[in-house]
Design a protein around this ligand. Structure first.
Ligand SMILES: [Zn+2]
Length: 455
């Protein structure tokens, strides 16, 4: 541990050293790099990170790339091609770029005069592209600012003025259906990728959206399957990423879970609902930690191995390596946080008037977890350990309803919202439509596969 900290300290010093070195070297050559002087550095926009060290590092890499790019990028001042592209670098302004590519400030003014209001100098971001075209005598005849993948602003010279035009590309969203079967040795994620789902991020939403119904770390078995309807986004035929998930049917063992994306009314939020119109946003997570194994189940009539009498096991033991993070399964207030002989380091949370959760044998309790502190769902309480009466590192987790111990794995977890009455009819219509579409996708896929395998 000490070695690691020392190494990061050294890395840090080297980083700062390199930064100062580059700063010193280039501050001696102001004519070569007119955009890079101490004044510009001080004015660097700090918008992508709160941590000053990261910003410092970003400054270093930007300085270094600028130095090499001066010679490698197609340099407009030496190129014979009248078209050229310039990438926006840190500290650039339109004015400094126009100066660098030797386009007159009069032309810049003429462009700014016709520039659409929604785009001004302040919208320059590092990495954006500016396209220039000059005629033989060096006059700018065409200028394009590519704001992002979708939007660019085009300026074309007519005599002494420019015309401005906004070019917008359209994102085409295609409804995409995949049917996934989880084979032995596969996870929900790897099986999805193998079935042609392109974006892992899409698949990581499954454990999140279904976490109130399925314990993804213990309840997934080979032979389980799911069907997913989601959007793939394209610009001019090129795939650019996935959009939202529309619906999922998940077959876990003999149970089928279905959820669908839906907005109950104009001013309501879009959420996911189960088939009967219950919001998937429950108040509790099914388990307080990931990557664990149940080493001792909830058992109110457990025969104690040593004392040979009935001694209930009022919670679930999750075996996990020491240090594994333990999370609050729901928002609540800390009512106990401390150490006892049998519990070891432990935390008790109160969730409203009815519910309580307990977390025992922790290695460490996080400093913020003090009696009276409010926690949000998923917040880290501490880490797995074996303090108190424990023979190996594990978390003992208890779930109490009105003071009575319940099995955390099977207890009916409270949900936030259920659609009722007038809301329910349009929802059912929407859900029928979506799952009907999925069924027709599935059967046409089966027909395709049958045709492919036919002799
Ligand atoms: Zn236990």
């Amino acid at each position: 541990m000490g070695k690691f900290s020392f190494r990061s300290l050294v890395t840090c010093c080297i980083g700062i050293g390199a930064f100062l070195f580059v700063l010193v070297v280039f501050s001696n050559k102001p004519t070569v790099l007119n955009t890079l002087n101490a004044g510009n550095l001080a004015a660097l926009p700090i918008n992508d990170s709160d941590e000053s060290f990261l910003t410092l590092n970003a400054g270093v890499s930007s300085l270094e790339t600028t130095a090499t790019e001066l010679f490698t990028e197609d340099d407009p001042t030496t190129s014979t091609d009248p078209f050229f592209n310039v990438k926006v670098k840190r500290g650039d302004s339109l004015s400094s770029i126009f100066q660098r590519v030797r386009v007159s400030q009069e032309d810049l003014l003429a462009i700014q005069k016709v520039c659409p209001e929604e785009w001004g100098d302040q919208y320059l971001d590092v990495g954006q592209t500016l396209k220039f075209q000059k005629n033989v005598d060096g006059t700018l005849v065409f200028f394009e600012f590519v704001k992002d993948r979708l939007t660019s602003y085009v300026f074309t010279r007519i005599d002494d003025t420019f015309t401005a035009e906004v070019k917008e590309k359209k994102v085409i969203s295609k409804k995409t259906f995949r049917s996934v079967e989880i084979a032995k040795g596969q996870s929900v994620i790897s099986a999805g990728l193998a079935s042609g789902i392109k974006q892992e991020l899409t698949l990581w939403q499954l454990p999140k959206l279904l976490q109130w119904d399925i314990d993804f770390h213990h309840d997934i078995h080979p032979g389980d399957s799911y069907e997913i309807l989601y959007f793939e986004n394209y610009i001019e035929g090129e795939y650019i990423g996935d959009g939202d998930i529309v619906a999922i049917t998940f077959n876990s063992g003999k149970t089928t879970h279905q959820i669908v994306r839906y907005r109950p009314s104009e001013d309501a939020l879009i959420k996911y609902y189960t088939r009967d119109g219950t919001s998937t946003e429950g108040q509790f997570l099914r388990a307080p930690l990931e990557y664990s194994r149940v080493s001792s189940p909830f058992d109110p009539r457990r025969l104690h191995p040593i004392e040979n009498k009935i001694k209930p096991h009022n919670g679930i033991d999750y075996a996990a390596p020491t240090g594994t993070p333990v999370h609050a399964t729901a928002a609540g207030v800390v009512t106990e946080a401390g150490k006892k002989r049998l519990n070891g380091n432990y935390v008790v949370l109160k969730h409203g008037v009815k519910f309580q959760t307990k977390y025992l044998h922790l290695h460490k309790i996080d400093p913020k977890i003090k009696v009276g502190a409010k926690v949000v769902q998923g917040q880290r309480l501490g880490s797995v350990g074996m303090t108190g009466a424990a023979t190996g590192p594990h978390l003992h987790y208890e779930f109490l309803v009105n003071g009575v111990h319940k099995n955390p794995k099977t207890v009916d977890l409270p949900r936030n919202e259920k659609l009722k009455g007038d809301e329910l009819i349009p929802f059912q219509r929407h859900a029928d439509e979506v799952f009907g579409l999925m069924a027709s996708f599935a059967s046409s896929q089966q027909r395709l596969q049958a045709a492919e395998t036919a002799p």
